[in-house]
Design a protein around this ligand. Structure first.
Ligand code: SF4
Length: 378
């Protein structure tokens, strides 16, 4: 069966986290109603294309989708249900901030077939959350978690971050140990990267906080991996851990180079051998909606060579790596006909491993993954 993912972007947040360079606004909240109307026009505009294949996953991300009010969420979810064929749908995720998810919203999600919730916790300590500009507290997370469980949600992801300003190893340990006490099926762990033009970048320049060095960064990452694996989680992607059969299907679509369509401001698509994104300026996106004429920006034709490259470096993000028979099935050519020398060289450097027809990163390879990925560019 062909898979197709649908990503829907909600570019609004109550407040901008200090490290965030995602396409999200905290200063345009008066535009939310109009945006939801535009998004519904976008869904109608693309529904025939989407329904030709049928979607297997939906991911509503942002931004903060849970900050929409009940009316806005109902409008969006109704529009999706009335127009998108969901017969093949297996996973339907909504990203939520612990402080804006209410019982009414959870019930609504349930009614509309949402079966996976992604909660942005990031850290356990309220002081640390404040340091990075998060507006929720530890208690908000605990309340949100029990609220979700009471309403029957069992597929919950929690996002956490490490290498945060002033974060010590002890603090990270406390975060991970506390999350594991909850019955969480999926945990995503990302190291902080300081992006240009963010408040965090200024804090870094001004020496306002101490940021963990590279050695502590790696120690934190290795601690997370070891602790979660020893607590029954499968480390299935560089930054992702799941209990058995709770891997995120939507993200697997990205890592396995399958098609996905992005709707909403700035959302990216990989569809029919092309990568492109939607308008990134809100006023332009609204105008396109008004004219029912949504343009595709920065269209890249993904030729066969690019597909080999992308399949390798996206696939190697998975801890099981690349199955050489899957590669052959997808491209009708053997992976070693293209990458024999590269694979041998990376094996000799201890960065990748080849066994049981899988090519995968070693522990050292995970720490140097960007270097490994570059090697697969042709
Ligand atoms: S909630 Fe997410 S999207 Fe919004 S500002 Fe924070 S990190 Fe960015």
């Amino acid at each position: 069966m062909k898979t197709l993912g649908l990503y829907i972007h909600i570019p609004f947040c109550e407040s901008k986290c200090y490290y965030c360079d995602f396409l999200s606004f905290d200063n345009k909240l008066d535009k939310v109603n109009k945006y939801i109307d535009s998004l519904c026009i976008h869904i109608l505009n693309q529904k025939h294309e989407i329904n030709k294949v049928g979607i297997t996953t939906i991911f509503i991300g942002g931004g903060t989708p849970s900050m929409l009010d009940i009316g806005q969420l109902t409008k969006l979810l109704t529009c999706l249900h009335e127009n998108i064929d969901m017969k093949q749908l297996k996973e339907f995720t909504i990203e939520c901030n612990p402080n804006s998810i209410t019982t009414d919203k959870i019930k609504l999600f349930k009614d509309y077939g949402v079966n996976r919730i992604s909660l942005g916790l990031q850290a356990w300590q309220n002081g640390l959350l404040k340091n990075i500009g998060r507006i929720h507290t530890q208690k908000d997370f605990i309340d949100a978690y029990y609220n979700l469980r009471n309403e029957g949600f069992d597929n919950i992801n929690v996002d956490i971050m490490f290498s945060l300003p002033n974060q010590t190893m002890k603090m990270l340990e406390e975060t991970i140990k506390n999350i594991v006490k909850f019955d969480i099926n999926h945990i995503s762990c990302y190291g902080l990267t300081i992006e240009a033009n963010t408040r965090m970048a200024k804090m870094y320049e001004n020496g306002e906080y101490t940021f963990p060095d590279e050695i502590l960064d790696r120690d934190m990452y290795h601690y997370i991996c070891d602790f979660l694996i020893s607590n029954g989680y499968k480390h299935y992607e560089i930054s992702n851990f799941a209990k058995a059969s709770y891997e995120c299907m939507h993200n697997l679509i990205y890592w396995e180079l399958d098609d996905y369509i992005g709707l909403g401001l700035g959302a990216h698509s990989y569809y029919k051998d092309k990568r492109y994104h939607n308008a990134e300026r809100l006023d332009i996106y609204q105008d396109e909606a008004l004219n029912n004429d949504f343009k595709k920006y920065d269209i890249q034709n993904i030729d066969l060579k690019s597909k080999y490259e992308e399949y390798m470096f996206l696939g190697l993000r998975k801890i099981d790596g690349i199955d050489i028979y899957e590669f052959e099935k997808k491209f009708k050519v053997k992976v070693f006909d293209i990458y024999q020398n590269k694979v041998e060289s990376l094996i000799s450097q201890g960065l990748i491993d080849y066994s049981n027809h899988n090519i995968k990163l070693t522990k050292k390879g995970i720490d140097l993954s960007n270097y490994v990925f570059i090697n697969f560019l042709l």
